[in-house]
Structure formats: structure tokens, C-alpha cells
Design a protein around this ligand. Structure first.
Ligand code: PLP
Length: 407
């Protein structure tokens, strides 16, 4: 790898990302504008973060009103904004208790601690292992890369954190075979995001719940990417009509403000008593004001129905596109507005190239494993945005096909 150009303004930013040189200056709804004034249709939403698009007036008003009152007080005091949002989360989900933090990985870390403490409190400290799924992504801390067990993210970081066993995603026999006396919990993403937009079978989720009940394990769901309304329900597992024992949320719940949360049942949360877990910034009034405003919109009558409707329309159009351009796009997968276009590997189509071409034509997407182009638009997209995105996807397919014919 070549050394950074010392004159470049980015020379002092740690080199952890392969960044595109585009610099965005402002965002409005479903569009981003760069420094040269070029507009892009945003179908990646900061990787499923800008759930309500950019500069949503309700979020801007909530943030600025709170910014003038109180930003931070730390969790040594009662924080009414936090209590209010926790109540809303619990009233609309399986949960009884919420712990607020700052990111997805932090929510996962806390949820893993919660599972271990749960068994410790019941006199079973030997139960500390957690079964995870191949292809998972749970964040970049030592524990979460160890949990996901992906060699790509573990390479060079020394010994893994102990206590994780992995099984193929969707393979219930393998999951059951991995259960041992030391097992504390099963952790799964209802839809794998980074892993290539792979939705779990609803039956798999139900069978995981049943296995957890049978063996006294906790069912932990990672809804960092698929939660917060992205699938057309507030939480993705609600499609399977099951309840987990705990759930990790982040990304969309803050609509762009860094925020994460662990939602848990009373029993699962019991072990995290005063002094066992904490965070400095989590749940501060500023984050809570934005999180509350996001919930105002997500729970508005008809909002998620509209997400579901527009998502199904997008899905149908992507299916048509795959049928029309199979040499470029092999198939569509996902749920709601968490969709993946699988690029035709056999024909030499590479997702990173497709993402770059789409960007050149004004459509922002993001790659994922298994040669997938991820489409994670803000939940506020309308039919016209779907049509605009499809037209660019079509243009790029034509361009790739023409390039191939010319070669
Ligand atoms: N879990 C899932 C499913 C994710 O997609 C991500 C981030 O992409 C994380 C956890 C980690 O979240 P964060 O990057 O906020 O730590």
C-alpha cells in the first residue's frame, strides 16, 4: 500500500476505509449534493442509518430544540427523555427494559454481557458460550469480530475472544448440534446485511425460538441493520411472530444521530444491575430527543404500511430487471427496503464495479458479501424515486453489456 500524499487533507485520517473521493455537502430528503453541486439519489442511506432521509424537518426541529436546552448529563441522574423513549420502545415491542448506548457494536457487546450475566445470576456461570451464524456481521470490536468469526475481520488482531461457536445460517440441525452444556444463547441477524442481504427463513427464526425454550437459552437478535422499520415492520422478527429475549438496535433508530439500544425482557435484563454495565454518552438528552422524533415518524399511522407498499413495488421492478438483464443481475433478495441485487459472477460482473458505475450515474448504493449490491434507501422514498433508481440500474446494465459486446 502506498503512503498517503502528505499534502492531501486526508493524510491525517487513519487509513481504515477505501473511500470514494466524492465529498457531500448537504442532504435533503432522498438526495445528497456534493461540493460540485452534483445531486445523487441516496439508496444506501449511510448504510441504513438515515432512515428518514436527510434533514427531515421533524428531526431537525427536535435536535435543535434540545440543543438549546441540554445536551449531556451522564447516567448518574434520571434522564426523562431516556425514560420516555424506553417506554415507547417497550410499548411497541416484546421488551420491558432498554439500555441506551452509541452504536451497533456497543449494543451487541452489552447484549452478549447480558446473556452471560443472565446465566451467572441463575447459578450457571459455566453457561457463557454463544452460537452465532456463518456470514454474520456484528461490529468491529474484539468481541463482535470474534462472535461473527469472519477471518476477513479477524486477521492480524491476535487471539479471538473466547466463547463463540458458529453454525451455518439457516441450518437448524447444525445449530442444534452446536448446543452444549456451556451454551448461554443464540445470536442471529434476522436478515444478514454485510453477509449479502440474506433473510433468515421465518421458520428458522421460529425454530431458533423453540430450541432456546427447550434448552433454556436466550435468543438474541441483531437488528442493527434490519430493524427500525426497514422491513416494513418496526422490528424484522415481528414478521415471524416470535419474541426474542433481547435485541440490539442502532443505525436507523437515531436517523443519523449516533445511537444504539439493547431491548430486553425483564428476566433477561435482570442481571445488568447497577454497576455491572454502563456507558458515558449513551442515552443523553440530545440523542434521546432525536430517537424520540424518529419514533414519532415510524409509529405514525400508515407510515410502515407505506414502507411495505413501496418496498413491494421496488421488489417487483427489481425482479423484472433481473429477468430482463440476467447477464448482469442474477437475482434479487431481501425484505422490505433492505434489498440486494446479486451480480452475475459467472458473467464476470463484480458488485464493486456496479456500485461505482451506479454512483457515476447518480445512484448511491453499497456492496455486500456474495457479490451483492445493497439497496437501503431511506424509508421515505416514493414511487418516483423507485423509478429513477430503476432507470439508472437499467442504464448501468446496458453499459456493462455494451462494453462486453464491444470487447
Ligand atoms: N450489527 C449489524 C447487523 C450491522 O450491520 C452493524 C454495522 O454495519 C453492526 C452490528 C455494527 O454497528 P456499528 O457500526 O454501529 O458498531
Amino acid at each position: 500500500m502506498s503512503a498517503p500524499d502528505p499534502k492531501s487533507e486526508s493524510a491525517h485520517v487513519m487509513n481504515t476505509y477505501a473511500r470514494s473521493p466524492i465529498q457531500f455537502e448537504r442532504g435533503e430528503g432522498v438526495y445528497l449534493t456534493d461540493r460540485d453541486g452534483r445531486r445523487y439519489l441516496d439508496f444506501y442511506a449511510g448504510i441504513a442509518v438515515n432512515a428518514l432521509g436527510h434533514a427531515h424537518p421533524h428531526l431537525v426541529a427536535a435536535l435543535t430544540a434540545q440543543a438549546e436546552k441540554l445536551w449531556h448529563v451522564a447516567n448518574l441522574y434520571r434522564i426523562p427523555e431516556q425514560e420516555r423513549l424506553a417506554t415507547r420502545y417497550c410499548e411497541t415491542s416484546f421488551a420491558d427494559r432498554v439500555f441506551f448506548c452509541n452504536s451497533g457494536a456497543e449494543a451487541l457487546e452489552g447484549m452478549i454481557k447480558l446473556a452471560r450475566r443472565y446465566h451467572h445470576m441463575r447459578g450457571n456461570p459455566q453457561k457463557y458460550r454463544i452460537i452465532t451464524c456463518e456470514g454474520a456481521f456484528h461490529g468491529r470490536t474484539m468481541t463482535t469480530i470474534s462472535a461473527a468469526n469472519n477471518p476477513k475481520y479477524l486477521d492480524g488482531f491476535g487471539p479471538k475472544v473466547e466463547g463463540f461457536d458458529s453454525a451455518p445460517f439457516g441450518d437448524m440441525n447444525a445449530v442444534r448440534a452446536a448446543i452444549q452444556d456451556e451454551t448461554a444463547a443464540i445470536l442471529v441477524e434476522p436478515i444478514q446485511g454485510e453477509g449479502g442481504i440474506r433473510p433468515a427463513d421465518l421458520r428458522f427464526l421460529r425454530e431458533l425460538r423453540a430450541a432456546c425454550d427447550e434448552y433454556g437459552l436466550l435468543l438474541l437478535l441483531d437488528e442493527v441493520q434490519c430493524g427500525a422499520g426497514r422491513t416494513g415492520k418496526l422490528w424484522a422478527h415481528q414478521w415471524a411472530d416470535i419474541a426474542p429475549d433481547a435485541l440490539a438496535a442502532a443505525k436507523g433508530v437515531g436517523g443519523g444521530f449516533p445511537m444504539g439500544a439493547i431491548l430486553a425482557t425483564e428476566a433477561a435484563a435482570e442481571g445488568l444491575s447497577p454497576g455491572t454495565h454502563g456507558t458515558t454518552f449513551g442515552g443523553n438528552p440530545l440523542a434521546m430527543a432525536v430517537g424520540d422524533a424518529v419514533m414519532d415518524v415510524l409509529t405514525q399511522e400508515g407510515f410502515l404500511d407505506e414502507v411495505d407498499r413501496v418496498a413491494r413495488r421496488l421488489w417487483r421492478k427489481l425482479e423484472d430487471l433481473c429477468a430482463a438483464r440476467p447477464e448482469v443481475y442474477s437475482s434479487t433478495r431481501g425484505a422490505g427496503l433492505m434489498l440486494g441485487l446479486v451480480c452475475n459472477e459467472a458473467a464476470g460482473v463484480v458488485n464493486a464495479d456496479v456500485v461505482a458505475r451506479l454512483r457515476d450515474h447518480g445512484l448511491l448504493t453499497v456492496g455486500a458479501a456474495q457479490n451483492v449490491v445493497r439497496l437501503l434507501p431511506p424509508l421515505i422514498i416514493e414511487d418516483s424515486h423507485v423509478d429513477e433508481a430503476l432507470s439508472i440500474l437499467e442504464t448501468v446494465a446496458r453499459e456493462i453489456e455494451e462494453g462486453r459486446n464491444a470487447a
